[in-house]
Design a protein around this ligand. Structure first.
Ligand code: CA
Length: 762
């Protein structure tokens, strides 16, 4: 397509967007560039415009920075170096199994920076299912994705040799030119070496790349130099180019496999054979529409609708389904822990520290069949690697704290999801609870925690307060799992008792959690605003609220409701000071908290994200309602260039899933209980189509940007005055209708108390 036609089609597209504010296709409301205006020192999302199918095995992204730089597409970079197969869940975790291709003309250029070509913002169209750009050198590129593959269309001016360059990046790789069939075969075993990544020696992404034009020339490249008279190579830093003579268009089909080249060929024939770019684009668009349509919202502003569906898109990327299907359609997967071939499902790219909070609970409502399969994948990981994972990308990563896999497992169990060997799962859970596994899989300080009832700050373990709080919540989940699956009463009680361990690191005199040493003495190396060394990416201002399973117990520790509410309120009005502790400078989460301009409230990181919902436990749900709208107004937008979008790390769906839940009007403060805490809905109607065929609709009568307070509510026509709703009530289908108004009704649900362990009979 020449440049004039290209610009013409862009103009038509923008008309289509402009004249129809209420789009029928939710995918049109997604802005995949939201959150991509991020740098190492300051995140507004740390995202990239992933082109993929929902939970797809491979994602594809335009690449503006060299491979290895976690910020692989940065909105302000106006040069593209290639189009990359990526699996990156976060810039801090980085990538694996990736390679890049780049269209060129005339002479091949290998170096990632030298080959970068400028583009203009108006010549770029990014959607969940495609990415299209006209580069300033006259070459155009468009791509769309299937589960394991992609099709590219490169446009050239036809006046010189059309080239496609393939870059396997550093580490070991292989490329082999099959000139007979106009194909390239090979693999890349690239994996970022941060977070103590351990992958089997035979790990690789095996690819087949097929061209629709005859290869007329080629070159094998190693370490930037062309190898003469060679059509294949295996080694480090390998690359290749193929040329096609003077062409105006070259279509490229790529499929890959983590299992083998043979499996990549099977994936190719299943997903790409005989298909055009338009065909797979249409299929991917339909898949996104089908997933996004699980919730249909009406009302709200256009920006709120765009923000909502963008959040839905981000909630439906990770964890990716990384299993494959053999020639007979049997589900198989590469063993990222042992390097062998196994049957059954496998998922990857998930940090439970982030996603236990809202991402996995959202799946239990929208796609419980997937939550069920995910349980099977967890057991496969346990069988193949010996431990349940906490951060896996694709194998265990030494990252973050806690044993939050048990939150996801117990939440599914509480909701009746999963058919697997419960005793085996319980053995896996106990092993992780009582041992220090490799790469953050078990509990660091498990022994000290069991001896003292907290992780002492002088035991050389680090992040002692945060660990204690998470272990106590994890113990609650273990106790619940044991109770629900009929484990011995002694174990139910043991972990139930340990669930109160959060009390051991709460200093009643100052009403904050505080590090304590092994002799039981409060640490003096402390102030409530000190980030680290005893807190994970936050301070006592953020971590004090992390008693998901017993807010009533926390209220009691603080000296009752009034004090608790005052402490909650003070978070938002306190000076946003940061005690650096032993740190030499501010980390990005600190800067993002200050930029958020909500006092000590730090929504850009996970520990505090549930906190505003705790007002419900103190009988003042109207305060939750007000804060939800303040947070979404200030910190969530669908745009990019104004520096807005997201307010920190998006973190594989968590910060987005928070928005999805909050827009619906409820949030899972304590996964494992089956309760969702009522907030304040943001749309006139939100209709959830459940897998069981029923519909659950949230209505907000009289809702407007001013009318954010719940005046009254009904569930299926009957008065509803609870400040929480249960999973069973949602899955039964029906209508939850709120009547909204501009002033708080301080009585609504004021007597209602969601689950707290110290008030329960379990
Ligand atoms: Ca984070």
């Amino acid at each position: 397509m020449n440049m004039r036609k290209w610009i013409h089609s862009l103009a038509l597209l923008s008309v289509a967007f402009g004249c129809n504010g209420n789009m029928e296709e939710p995918v049109n409301l997604v802005n995949t560039l939201q959150g991509s205006n991020s740098v190492r020192d300051f995140s507004t999302g740390n995202t990239y415009p992933a082109v993929a199918v929902p939970w797809g095995m491979n994602f594809w992204t335009p690449q503006t920075r060299e491979n290895g730089d976690g910020w692989q597409y940065v909105y302000t970079d106006m040069k593209i170096q290639g189009f990359k197969q990526t699996h990156q869940p976060s810039p801090w975790i980085n990538d694996y199994g990736c390679f890049s291709i780049m269209p060129q003309q005339g002479e091949p250029e290998y170096n990632q920076q030298s080959r970068a070509v400028s583009f203009k913002r108006e010549n770029e169209i990014a959607t969940p299912y495609s990415y299209k750009v006209a580069l300033e050198n006259g070459i155009s590129a468009e791509m769309s994705a299937t589960n394991s593959g992609a099709i590219f269309r490169f446009g050239y001016d036809g006046n010189d040799d059309a080239i496609v360059l393939l870059d396997c990046f550093p580490m070991k790789g292989k490329v082999a030119i099959d000139i007979q069939n106009n194909r390239i075969y090979g693999y890349s075993n690239f994996r970022a070496d941060n977070n103590n990544t351990v992958l089997p020696d035979n790990f690789a992404t095996h690819f087949i790349i097929s061209f629709d034009k005859k290869i007329s020339g080629f070159g094998i490249i190693q370490d930037g130099k062309i190898i003469e008279n060679s059509d294949n190579i295996e080694g480090e830093k390998v690359a290749a180019f193929v040329s096609f003579g003077n062409q105006e268009e070259v279509n490229v089909r790529i499929a890959s496999s983590f299992i083998s080249l043979d499996q990549a060929v099977i994936n190719y024939s299943r997903e790409l054979e005989g298909k055009s770019l338009e065909k797979i684009k249409d299929e991917a668009r339909k898949q996104w529409n089908s997933e996004l349509s699980r919730i249909k919202v009406t009302g709200g502003t256009e920006d709120e609708q765009r923000t909502f569906y963008t959040a839905m898109y981000r909630s439906m990327l990770f964890p990716r389904k990384i299993h494959e299907y053999d020639k007979d359609g049997k589900q198989i997967h590469y063993g990222f822990f042992d390097g062998n071939l196994h049957d059954g499902p496998m998922y990857a790219d998930n940090g439970f520290w982030d996603t236990f909070r809202a991402v996995h609970p959202l799946f239990t409502i929208l796609v419980p069949s997937m939550s069920s399969e995910f349980m099977d994948a967890l057991l496969n990981i346990y069988d193949e690697g010996g431990w349940l994972p906490e951060w896996f990308s694709p194998a265990y990563k030494d990252c973050m704290i806690g044993q939050n896999s048990v939150s996801v497992i117990t939440d599914a169990m509480a909701k009746g999801i999963g058919s697997y060997d419960k005793d085996r799962m319980f053995r896996a859970i106990l092993k992780c609870a009582e041992n220090e596994g490799p790469n953050a899989t078990g509990r660091k300080g498990a022994f000290e925690y069991s001896v003292h009832g907290y992780v002492p700050c002088d035991a050389g373990i680090g992040q002692s307060v945060s660990r204690t709080l998470e272990y106590a919540y994890n113990d609650f989940c273990i106790s619940e799992y044991a109770r629900m699956t009929g484990q011995p009463e002694t174990l139910v009680d043991k972990y139930r008792n340990r669930a109160f361990n959060y009390r051991n690191i709460f200093d009643k005199d100052i009403k904050f959690v505080r590090p304590k040493d092994s002799k039981g003495i409060w640490s003096d190396n402390y102030s409530p605003d000190m980030w680290g060394p005893d807190f994970t990416e936050g301070s006592a201002w953020h971590w004090t609220w992390c008693v998901f399973h017993d807010p009533a117990g926390l209220i009691e520790l603080m000296g009752g409701r009034e004090n608790f509410i005052e402490m909650m309120d003070s978070v938002f009005v306190a000076e946003p000071t940061v005690g650096l502790g032993k740190r030499h400078g501010m980390i990005h989460e600190m800067k993002e908290m200050i930029a958020g301009n909500m006092g000590q409230y730090a929504h850009g990181n996970q520990p505090i994200q549930h906190m505003v919902y705790l007002y419900n436990y103190a009988g003042v749900p109207y305060k939750t309602q007000q804060k939800i709208h303040e947070i979404t107004d200030k910190l969530y937008h669908s745009g990019i260039s104004d520096g807005k979008g997201l307010c920190g790390d998006e973190d594989n769906g968590q910060t987005s899933a928070w928005y999805v839940f909050s827009a619906l009007g409820f949030y899972p403060v304590c996964p494992g209980t089956g309760e969702y805490i009522i907030g304040s809905p943001m749309f006139e109607t939100s209709e959830i189509s459940l897998e069981n065929g029923k519909k659950f609709t949230v209505k907000a009568r009289n809702y407007s940007t001013e009318n954010i307070y719940i005046q009254s509510a009904t569930l299926n026509g009957k008065i509803f005055d609870k400040s929480f709703i249960t999973h069973d009530q949602i899955m039964a289908g029906g209508t939850l209708e709120f009547v909204m108004g501009p002033e708080p009704d301080k009585n609504w649900a004021a007597d209602s108390r969601p689950f707290s362990l110290s008030e329960s009979n379990i």
